[in-house]
Unconditional design. Structure first.
Length: 598
């Protein structure tokens, strides 16, 4: 096994030391024995098996074969989750072929951020992750399962399922993805039409036609946002077959992958070492973070994987991400870090090549475990089928099939990774520098302060941005309004940049996994409504956003100023129901979660 990179080793060792007590408490809380249905009461079992065929009732009752519980995030509104409609029956058939049984244990909500962007529903988006975690826990609470199968792909959904499953850490668990839609309108063309529309140069009909050409079929959206970052990270954690996430929903390999995932989880059932709580060790967590950075992945995971790690007893922070990012090269260029989409990435070598090359370079630890019972290095392979349609993975390529999309670590697109920690007298923040041209990575300019993204758009339409500007959008943090993504600002700020103005965004909100082009200091913590300095900024204060030195600061004297009042939190359209979440949620750097105490 190659020697681990010294910085990766340093960060991992620090995480292990920091987490020693928390991880021990987590492991101590796990059952020490596999699930055992012979200890379950007869009435309980009768409720479990009432709808099963008689032969399967006996199999479940006698506990002579694994019984799998499925948690599904299916709905036919999300294109990425539409293929899951018939997965329960396919999984059941695959389980029968292995001598096992399977039931759908529960369903969890799955909202589409693409639908709610810029709308009131986006205020429920981040909190939906923890709702999904709670729903997953409810589904698995029946305590009659030997292992879990998770069906979920997109933004908050996969992290939520993972959080919930880690609450039942004694169960082996596998994710079964559904795959991306075929490539449609290019991401570059889509972005161009959006900017035209923002300037009134494209009609609504033209904009809708472009969007429909980009989002046109079942499967995951093809840009490299949060959903596809989820998939790559789960691949590198050994919780789904590496490379399988980016196989088309109706490709022959997809059916074979489904059956192979069931085979693996049936084999893992009853083996404590393969239970998800023990499998997700520090190697798995750091491998996922390195994969995120080396691919220029979503900024949302600066919160999601902090929460995921905490659920397994691991304590990570943005300093760990920043230190890794300075040592990990960027070896993939996928939109918004380039023009290619995930289908191009998959064709160039995909996750299998990406992971294998990082392991060869000592940037990820190939000795990490997987639910397949083999090491990650042994599992990294390209999904393929033989002439009979059986799963027959191939070794990953040794060279990229398209070095404009994927490169080996020794010849990267840039020598460091995708994310940076900013720190200064305005707070701590995350910036995605991999998507920003080097000449735009430092901006110092007078600020304009807003309390909503709609107010920014209105100011743009009124022609109020005539010079260099740092746009500050505050009171968008988790305690304020649930931390919505401010994706509607991307076309507007992109227009200013294209005009030759120096422009940056500073916000305690999110900017989505598709953020790019414009320098954006996001997730600012503490947030404005929780003692953060953004509440004391005023129009005209000079703000410096330095993505090179890693600073976020103002020369203005904020000490004597009162905090600007926060706008009232929305109560309509279900937002009022989440008041308890807003009151108890942790800060962004702690995962923006309501699941953990202290």
């Amino acid at each position: 096994m190659p020697t681990l990179h010294p910085v990766v080793r340093l960060v991992r060792d620090r995480i292990e030391r920091r987490s020693e007590r928390c991880r021990a408490d987590y492991l101590d809380a796990l059952p020490t024995k596999p699930a055992d249905r012979t200890r379950v009461g007869c009435a309980n079992l009768a409720h479990t098996t009432a709808v099963l065929p008689a032969p399967e009732r006996k199999v479940v009752a006698l506990a002579r074969a694994p019984h799998l519980g499925v948690i599904t995030a299916y709905n036919d509104m999300l294109s990425a989750h539409h293929p899951f409609a018939d997965y329960p029956e396919k999984l059941r058939a695959a389980a029968r072929a292995e001598g096992a049984t399977l039931q759908v244990a529960g369903g969890v909500p799955a909202m589409c951020d693409g639908v709610t962007q810029g709308r009131e529903g986006m205020e429920l988006s981040l909190f939906s992750r923890d709702v999904i975690a709670l729903g997953t826990a409810v589904g698995l609470s029946h305590d009659v399962f030997d292992a879990a199968v998770l069906l979920g792909v997109c933004d908050k959904i996969a992290p939520g399922l993972l959080l919930g499953a880690l609450g039942f850490g004694h169960l082996p668990t596998v994710f079964v993805p559904a795959g991306p839609m075929a490539s449609g309108l290019s991401n570059a063309e889509k972005a161009r039409v959006r900017q035209q529309a923002a300037q009134g140069l494209a009609t609504r009909d033209a904009l809708l036609a472009a969007e429909e050409a980009a989002y046109h079929a079942e499967g995951t959206c093809t840009f490299y946002g949060t959903a596809n970052s989820n998939q790559l990270m789960l691949d590198l954690m050994g919780l789904q077959f590496p490379g399988g996430a980016f196989v088309h929903p109706r490709a022959p390999e997809r059916e074979a992958l489904l059956a192979e995932s069931v085979r693996a989880i049936v084999a893992a059932a009853g083996k404590p070492a393969l239970a998800i709580g023990r499998l997700v060790d520090a190697r798995c967590i750091v491998n996922a973070l390195v994969g995120l950075l080396a691919s220029g992945g979503s900024t949302n995971h600066a919160m999601h994987w902090v929460a995921v790690a905490r659920a397994a007893g691991w304590l990570i922070d943005w300093g760990d991400l920043d230190e890794l990012s300075r040592a990990v090269p960027l070896i993939a260029r996928i939109y918004p870090n380039g023009t290619a989409d995930v289908n191009h990435f998959h064709a160039a070598g995909g996750t299998a090549a990406f992971g294998a090359w990082l392991a060869e370079a000592g940037l990820i630890d190939g000795s990490a475990p997987t639910v397949w019972g083999s090491t990650l290095a042994e599992t990294l392979a390209e999904p393929a089928v033989d002439a009979q349609g059986r799963f027959a993975p191939k070794p990953p390529p040794t060279q990229s099939r398209d070095d404009g999309v994927l490169r080996r670590p020794e010849a990267p697109f840039q020598g460091d990774g995708g994310l940076r920690l900013l720190d200064g007298n305005l707070g701590r923040a995350i910036v995605k520098v991999s998507a920003v041209k080097p000449e735009h990575r430092v901006v110092e300019a007078p600020c304009r302060v807003f309390d909503s993204q709609l107010a920014v758009v209105e100011a743009f339409e009124a022609g109020e941005f005539s010079g260099d500007v740092v746009v500050v959008v505050r009171h968008q943090g988790p305690k304020a309004n649930g931390m919505p993504e401010l994706h509607k600002l991307t076309p507007v700020l992109g227009v200013l940049l294209d005009r030759g103005q120096a422009v940056a965004l500073v916000t305690d909100g999110r900017m989505s996994g598709a953020s790019g082009k414009v320098l954006a200091a996001i997730h600012v913590t503490p947030e404005a409504g929780d003692g953060g300095a953004l509440a004391r900024l005023r129009d005209g204060d000079v703000v410096r956003v330095d993505g090179v030195a890693g600073t976020l600061s103002t020369a203005a004297d904020l000490a004597g100023r009162d905090d600007a009042p926060a706008p009232a939190a929305g109560r309509s359209l279900g937002r009022g129901y989440f008041g308890a979440f807003r009151r108890s949620v942790s800060g962004a750097e702690l995962g923006a979660s309501v699941l953990f105490e202290g």
